[in-house]
Write a protein that binds this ligand. Structure first.
Ligand SMILES: Cc1cc2nc3c(=O)[nH]c(=O)nc-3n(C[C@H](O)[C@H](O)[C@H](O)COP(=O)(O)OP(=O)(O)OC[C@H]3O[C@@H](n4cnc5c(N)ncnc54)[C@H](O)[C@@H]3O)c2cc1C
Length: 252
């Protein structure tokens, strides 16, 4: 087996987990080759909240201040009508990890973009191949051989690293190849999540210091959307056939 390693560690998948994994390895002096199937960051909102533990990880990597510039502290959950009346408010308890907030509002593509920019600043140790889908992995006593297929051209490339980290998401093909089951339960409730750009005229709330967050999140009614970083989210439970429709506010 050839011993010319392309890097110490291959990171399969370059979403938030892969980027944080790459930064963590680089912090320890390991060279990283990240292999990412997609050419661009996944463009949908997905996560709208991270907590203080996540921020602690960013701080430990020395990127906390940079990430904090693109996310917003979330002090409370507020339910607000279109007329601006607050109908319910849940204050978050203080963080147990220091003086910062317990939660942050995020727009995942923006946060991921900043994380990748932070990793690019470690380019002496971290290199990334985009459009490189890992299609085969073989491990032996001294390392790992990874085969990628270019998603645009179909070109096949092989890489050799000492180790590989699977960060290829919830439906990880690597996990399945290794026969590792997906642990955890799936709730019975089906949620419908609608993300939009917010426009003037929607509910407003006390702005965050950055002014990006116009409203706290979370609602079970479409007339009380959540807004994160200029976006709006409505999370609705899909009613069971026997349950009554949710109450309407008269304006939607
Ligand atoms: C509607 C919604 C709301 C959510 N809300 C929250 C929230 O409020 N807070 C929160 O913490 N989380 C939330 N999440 C979950 C959060 O978005 C995910 O946990 C997070 O994206 C996981 O990051 P990841 O890097 O592990 O995986 P992913 O973001 O899925 O990244 C995996 C990467 O691996 C790549 N990949 C896959 N297979 C291969 C392969 N064979 N070769 C190369 N690359 C590959 C993919 O292209 C992808 O870029 C939400 C998710 C959804 C859908």
């Amino acid at each position: 087996m050839p011993q010319n390693f392309d890097a110490d560690v291959a990171v399969i998948g370059y979403g938030p987990t892969g980027v944080v994994g790459a930064l963590t390895l680089a912090q320890q002096g390991a060279s990283v080759l990240a292999l990412e199937r997609d050419r661009d960051i996944y463009p949908r909102a997905r996560a709208v909240t991270v907590n203080d533990w996540t921020m602690r990880i960013f701080q430990g990597l020395g990127i906390g201040a940079r990430v904090e510039k693109v996310i917003d502290p979330q002090r409370a959950l507020r339910w607000v009508t279109y007329d601006g009346d607050e109908v319910m408010r849940i204050e978050h308890p203080p963080s147990t990890l220091g003086s910062g907030p317990r939660f942050y509002n995020i727009y995942q593509p923006t946060m991921e973009s900043e994380l990748r920019a932070c990793a690019q600043d470690r380019s002496e140790l971290i290199s990334v191949r985009y459009g490189a889908e890992v299609t085969e992995i073989e491990q032996d006593d001294s390392g790992v051989t990874l085969t990628t297929t270019d998603t645009a051209t179909g070109e096949v490339t092989r890489y050799r690293t000492r180790y590989a980290v699977a960060a290829d998401g919830g439906s990880s093909a690597t996990r399945q190849r290794l026969g590792i089951p997906l642990l955890g339960d799936t709730g019975e409730t089906t949620w419908v999540v609608i993300d939009c750009r917010s426009s003037a005229g929607g509910p407003t709330a006390t702005s965050s210091p950055s002014g990006r967050t116009r409203n706290a999140r979370s609602s079970t009614s479409p007339c009380r959307p959540a807004t994160t970083a200029g976006r709006s989210r409505s999370s609705l439970t899909r009613p069971r056939p026997t349950s009554r429709p949710p109450p309407r506010c008269g304006r939607c």
